[in-house]
Design a protein around this ligand. Structure first.
Ligand code: BGC
Length: 253
């Protein structure tokens, strides 16, 4: 008689590489729930070899979760190759991250833009579940990430955080990092968000905006200050969305 599999056997794993921390957890794709989570500080500088070493160490904490591995990167990712690095070490540009992580871990690793992962997770399991039409998921953090999802299909690398608005790179004015750095009141920050979301609204006429990133847990302090035609709601997976979306995309291959 064979031993019954442990609950984690074959589980996909999601890893979220962010500016301050790197988080890792096995994910149950039946309900989009991450299991127990491990987190370490992001190495400084956040070079590809340093992150690869961290990813190997994190995966060792979940030896039973031997399914596909998804890793988010805060930059453009095309066919596994990182193409931009607004808030990470510049040496990422041109790095084939699928190859780097797969060789380092000896496993099949699939790399994806962080906001795309979070966006897909919100559509599959979170605030935009079951919604048709165009959903724009934005993450307000160090930068502004964006995911365009139409009828459940992700259009990757939209990079709407870098729209030029009033002569500024939008994320430099409206990301949560700008609110903190300039010590803005919620009301002043909401003015900037108003400008940002009304520009997106004019360009895309979406059916729904979802607002993610750590600050979304305080959504009741700024979303009611916005005046938009489009419905705008906080993300529900919060800080887990990247992990969940990365595992989901990795399992789709
Ligand atoms: C990057 C995006 C990323 C976002 C959130 C931006 O600066 O260009 O690729 O999704 O920050 O991390």
């Amino acid at each position: 008689m064979s031993t019954p599999p442990t609950p984690l056997q074959g589980s996909p794993v999601g890893i979220d590489f962010g500016g301050s921390g790197i988080k890792c957890a096995p994910v149950d794709l039946a309900n989009g729930e991450p299991g127990e989570r491990a987190r370490v500080e992001t190495p400084k500088p956040s070079t590809p070899p340093a992150i690869a070493e961290t990813v190997v160490a994190l995966l060792r904490r979940f030896p039973e979760a031997d399914g596909p591995v998804g890793v988010t990167v805060p930059g453009v990712v095309r066919h596994g190759v990182v193409r931009s690095a607004a808030n990470i070490d510049r040496s990422w540009i041109g790095t084939d991250a699928d190859v780097l992580f797969s060789e380092a871990t000896g496993r099949q690793v699939h790399v994806v833009n962080d906001a795309d992962a979070a966006g897909l997770a919100e559509v599959e399991y979170g605030a935009a579940r079951g919604r048709r039409g165009l959903v724009i998921v934005t993450t307000l953090g160090t930068g502004i990430g964006s995911a365009l999802v139409h009828d459940g299909v992700l259009i990757p690398n939209s990079e709407l955080g870098h729209l030029e608005i009033d002569g500024h790179n939008a994320e430099k004015r409206a990301a949560n990092s700008a609110r903190k750095a300039e010590d803005l009141s919620m009301r002043s920050w909401a003015h900037r968000l108003q400008r940002y979301y009304s520009t997106l609204e004019k360009l895309f006429s979406p059916d729904l905006f979802v607002v993610g990133g750590g600050i979304s847990k305080r959504a009741d302090e700024f979303l009611p200050l916005l005046d938009l035609e489009t419905e705008i709601v906080p993300a529900t997976l919060r800080n887990e969305a990247g992990i969940v979306g990365a595992a989901l995309l990795a399992s789709r291959g």
